[in-house]
Design a protein around this ligand. Structure first.
Ligand code: MG
Ligand code: MG
Length: 256
């Protein structure tokens, strides 16, 4: 069942969304050559504590991993797609791309967003990968309108990515969000006709998160049971926003 949010619930989600925005803005500025992914984690923990927010990822149980996640951020560098773990030994260097994904809960309502940041001068391919992934999210956001259907969102990402010669990761998908971090429906970045194609209604909130590989689409799991990487070692990019369906069109809760 897709949970419909009232206006006052959307206002609460806006508060958590804006905190996630502020955190990612700060971390995006901080992510430069010589900084470790652990430094980013420490800064995020502080910002969440100062705001009185509960981290959404730390403590989150994933059956396939058989344990709870230990960090407030997922930091996924280069060929890592999602769910990379902050690590003091992972020092960012020129030419890297790092996906920073985080979520919080404030007053019982979740926000979830991700950015991918380039460190120093990037290769032409990496630059294009970031641009196309960002654009695919914008095209999808524009479909978050009453009367449209879920596949309009999925298809917008898929079409743009494929047209530009990149690949959609299929193993990981976006999701509904509200009083739970992950709610129905699943929001794949491609049209999956095995799934239902619900009509979008006012008060639905979707976390749309294209994960795009520069090479082949296949993902594989590292031995740490969390980090998903592109099987062929190609770079992978990831952007995410939470978007509410309103009478006035898409309301991106995780940006200004
Ligand atoms: Mg998400
Ligand atoms: Mg996320």
């Amino acid at each position: 069942m897709i949970v419909i949010k009232t206006r006052s619930e959307l206002e609460k989600m806006r508060r958590s969304g804006m905190l996630v925005h502020d955190i990612l803005k700060a971390l995006g500025d901080m992510a430069t050559e010589g900084v470790s992914t652990w430094d980013l984690e420490v800064a995020a923990v502080k910002m969440m504590q100062d705001a009185g927010a509960k981290p959404a990822f730390k403590g989150y149980f994933v059956p396939a991993a058989g344990e709870r996640f230990k960090y407030v951020l997922c930091t996924s560098v280069n060929e890592e797609i999602v769910h990379g773990m902050p690590n003091p030994r992972r020092i960012l260097k020129k030419g890297d791309i790092v996906s920073i994904d985080t979520g919080v809960s404030l007053d019982g309502y979740y926000g979830d967003s991700a950015i991918t940041v380039g460190i120093g001068q990037l290769s032409e391919q990496a630059k294009k990968l970031l641009q196309v992934t960002r654009e695919s999210l914008e095209l999808a956001i524009d479909k978050v309108r009453e009367g449209n259907r879920l596949f309009d969102i999925c298809g917008a990402v898929e079409e743009h990515v494929v047209k530009n010669g990149f690949s959609i990761v299929r193993e990981y998908v976006g999701h509904g969000i509200g009083t739970q971090l992950h709610e129905e429906p699943q929001v794949p970045n491609y049209v999956d006709r095995r799934n239902e194609n619900p009509r979008l209604r006012e008060g639905m909130v979707l976390a749309i998160e294209p994960m795009v590989n520069a090479g082949r689409p296949e993902a594989k799991m590292l031995k740490d049971k969390w980090t998903a990487v592109a099987k062929d070692g190609s770079y992978s990019a990831h952007f995410e926003h939470c978007v509410a369906v309103t009478k006035n069109g898409p309301w991106v809760l995780t940006r200004q």
